[in-house]
Design a protein around this ligand. Structure first.
Ligand SMILES: Nc1nc(=O)c2c([nH]1)NC[C@@H]1CN(c3ccc(C(=O)N[C@@H](CCC(=O)O)C(=O)O)cc3)C=[N+]21
Length: 294
């Protein structure tokens, strides 16, 4: 069997259509949802994502602010910027692009964000609310994965979801969301990671395999059950002399072999990546609606 592709571009277009209507409705009340992104330093990959976010905001008719601070920015200066954004009524949500330079304590910065503006859903308050099933925001990447599954008609309830990876930004919240009560969830979740013994024996039991371990081509066909749905969250840049810029983006799944075994699969690029930005926009719109009492 060759797997059907789940494309982030297609799924995100659907969601953008819905967001446009919500933004229009806010604008008719004189509210323009505002999203700010803070970038510290000059990491080229981060610059690309930040530019993509700004472009999408403008396309949707949202207010977009990009703040670029030098690599040498002190923690106090960054915290002052966070305080300013917390107080700015034109900004409904903002995020600080990670990773931060080594001299800045990421936790201190995340903790300083007003939870009602925390569109990344990284603040401990929002992580806790999500975990107990009272989400105010959902983290963008796991929320994007969930939307891809739901909108592709994947049966989730009662199924075995295996999450490969246990990061705070993908693996952990993904597992929490899939085990939650309710539509788009209700699954049985196993989390495996770099210290798991017999990892392949567990991934082979997955009806839905979600991979976010940050190792190029980590999941091979022998680790996947026939007919499984495979979601690849990995974004690894690998050298490729035949590519224009000498490198290309690959996932954590060995796409060419796994696609012959899976029933559905997400490619990299063009899979989860575009969903991350889409769900970030969705969170900004939700933040604006919530502040307006909608
Ligand atoms: N506070 C914070 N929040 C984030 O959400 C955040 C972050 N920091 N730091 C970096 C990561 C990375 N990230 C991506 C977003 C979109 C694509 C995306 O759309 N990728 C395209 C390809 C883009 C390309 O070719 O480089 C795709 O997969 O098709 C990828 C990665 C958000 N991040």
């Amino acid at each position: 069997m060759t797997a059907k592709l789940i494309l982030g571009k297609d799924v995100s277009e659907q969601i953008y259509g819905e967001l446009r209507q919500r933004i229009e409705s806010l604008r008719s009340k004189g509210i323009v949802p505002g999203l700010a992104v803070v970038l510290v330093g000059e990491d080229p990959a981060s610059q690309v994502y930040v530019r993509m976010k700004g472009r999408k905001c403008e396309e949707l008719g949202m207010h977009s602010v990009t703040i670029v601070m030098p690599e040498s920015t002190t923690q106090d200066a960054l915290l002052a910027k966070v305080a300013e954004l917390n107080a700015d009524p034109s900004i409904h949500g903002f995020l600080i692009q990670l990773p931060l330079p080594a001299h800045i304590d990421e936790k201190a910065v995340i903790n300083a964000v007003d939870p009602s503006k925390d569109v990344d859903c990284f603040h401990p308050y929002n992580v806790g609310k999500m975990l107990i099933g009272e989400p105010e925001f959902l983290p963008a990447t796991p929320a994007g994965v969930q939307q891809m599954l739901v909108r592709s008609g994947v049966d989730i309830r009662g199924k075995h979801v295996v999450v490969v990876g246990r990061s705070n930004i993908v693996g952990k919240p993904m597992a929490a969301m899939m085990m939650q009560k309710g539509p788009g969830a209700d699954s049985t979740v196993t989390v495996v990671h770099s210290r798991t013994e017999g990892l392949a024996d567990i991934t082979r039991q997955a009806d839905i395999l979600i991979v976010a371990i940050g190792k190029a081509g980590f999941v091979t066909a022998d680790m996947v059950k026939d007919g499984a749905v495979v979601v690849d969250v990995g974004t690894n840049r690998v050298a490729d002399p035949s590519a224009k810029n000498g490198s290309r983006l690959v996932g954590d799944v060995d796409f060419e072999t796994v696609k012959e075994k899976a029933s559905m699969i997400t490619p990299v690029p063009g899979g989860v990546g575009p969903m991350t930005i889409c769900m970030l926009m969705a969170n900004a719109v939700s933040a604006a609606e919530r502040r307006a009492g909608i």
